[in-house]
Design a protein around this ligand. Structure first.
Ligand code: SAM
Ligand code: DTB
Ligand code: SF4
Length: 360
């Protein structure tokens, strides 16, 4: 692995110049950055579960879970601890190594609901999986509590540039988002932060968001790039779909500016051809959400994704750090077996010389 210096002094002008490079040059630069820091054929699989769906008081214009908009998503009760752990176990059996739990909350409030999330994190960690949460704004104390429970990563997106932010969300500020990210970072939890393209923003806004992320010290561990899923009933329901090559440019620019981060090809994959997704991997994406559903909207079928990765010779990577407690769960399927089956199909035996799972 290369130890190239990571830059934290990016300007919007420089980022725009990268984004607008001739596509082949952009892809070459992105691949070069990618290969300097990552296994070129490894993709991390993360499964999402909405543990508290709908009824959110925020007004995020893209979101089907906001109570301000009349969408097909209604407010539901929070899931039970056992159900969440069972879903995590099933995701692991299918090859996922990270389990991300989302709640349609403006912010975390101390009390029984947060206590339950803390137990969910412990339950996921006991399975030997990486645990990630996205619960809205978080105080420093709450971040500490999640860290003590074993949380690996917290997702809180900037969503867009500081300048365009007010056109999308009015109920909380860009600075609120940065404060939550600071609390997460200070607690020693990995930072997962990215955004959405296709909401009517200019290219300048897209790269300005990347500049804010890249200039953080340290840069986020993980950067999800979502394309808008235009959901009926939201203010953005009629947005024109993003040209997939725009997404490829965004992924490549993120990869070049944040060479060590995991770049996650997130919402919007159901609209992408296999070839467009492979271009995104070539541009440096090295993680996807895996499983039929994101939080409330569809995602490609797991079998389709498994086939795509097999056809391209891409490997599912294991967790970056597996907790020792996995030893206590030897009766369950371990990540190596799960990823093995993912790579070779259910017929594959338990050991295979060609199955070289990356479990750093
Ligand atoms: N309520 C928490 C929050 O806002 O941080 C956590 C859940 S929220 C749904 C997580 C992220 O999902 C948002 O920040 C946004 O980037 C993404 N998202 C939500 N709806 C989306 C949509 N329709 N299309 C693309 N991304 C979306
Ligand atoms: C992220 O950046 N994308 C994921 C995850 N983080 C939580 C969420 C996408 C949600 C898409 C809309 C939905 O399914 O409700
Ligand atoms: Fe609520 Fe999060 Fe949706 Fe915004 S993105 S409305 S905070 S669930």
């Amino acid at each position: 692995m290369s130890n190239d210096t990571i830059r934290h002094d990016w300007t919007v002008k420089e980022a725009l110049a990268i984004h607008e490079l001739p596509l082949m040059t952009l892809l070459f630069r992105a691949q070069t950055a990618h290969r300097a820091h990552h296994e070129p054929d490894a993709v991390q699989l993360a499964t999402l579960l909405s543990v508290k769906t709908g009824g959110c008081p925020e007004d995020c214009a893209y979101c089907p879970q906001s109570s301000k908009y009349d969408t097909a998503v209604g407010a539901e009760r929070m899931l039970a601890l056992e159900d969440v752990v069972a879903r995590a176990r099933a995701a692991k059996a299918k090859g996922a190594t990270r389990f991300c739990m989302g709640a349609a909350w403006r912010e975390v409030k101390d009390g029984p609901a947060f206590d339950r999330v803390v137990d969910m994190v412990k339950g996921v960690k006991d399975l030997g999986m990486e645990a990630c949460c996205t619960l809205g704004m978080l105080s420093a104390d709450q971040a500490q509590r999640l860290k003590s429970a074993g949380l690996d990563m917290y997702n809180h997106n900037l969503d867009t540039s500081k300048e365009f932010y007010g056109s999308i969300i009015q109920t909380r500020t860009f600075e609120d988002r940065l404060r939550t990210l600071d609390n997460v970072r200070s607690a020693g939890i990995g930072v997962c932060s990215g955004g959405i393209i296709g909401m009517g923003e200019a290219t300048r806004d897209r790269v300005a968001m990347l500049v804010t992320l890249a200039n953080m010290t340290p840069q986020p561990d993980s950067v999800p790039i979502n394309t808008l899923v235009a959901v009926e009933g939201t203010p953005l329901e009629a947005q024109k779909p993003v040209d997939p090559l725009e997404l490829v440019r965004m992924v490549a620019t993120a990869r070049i500016m944040m060479p060590k981060s995991t770049v996650r090809l997130s919402a919007g994959r159901t609209r992408l051809s296999r070839e467009a997704q492979l271009l995104c991997f070539m541009a440096g994406a090295n993680s996807i959400f895996y499983g039929e559903k994101l939080l409330t909207t569809p995602n490609p079928e797991a079998d389709e994704d498994a086939q795509l990765l097999r056809d391209a010779g891409l490997r599912a990577t294991g967790p970056t750090h597996v907790d020792a407690s996995i030893e206590d769960h030897a009766h369950e399927i371990n990540p190596t077996d799960a990823a093995h089956r993912f790579a070779h199909g259910d017929a594959g035996g338990a050991s295979c010389a060609s199955c070289n799972l990356d479990a750093e």
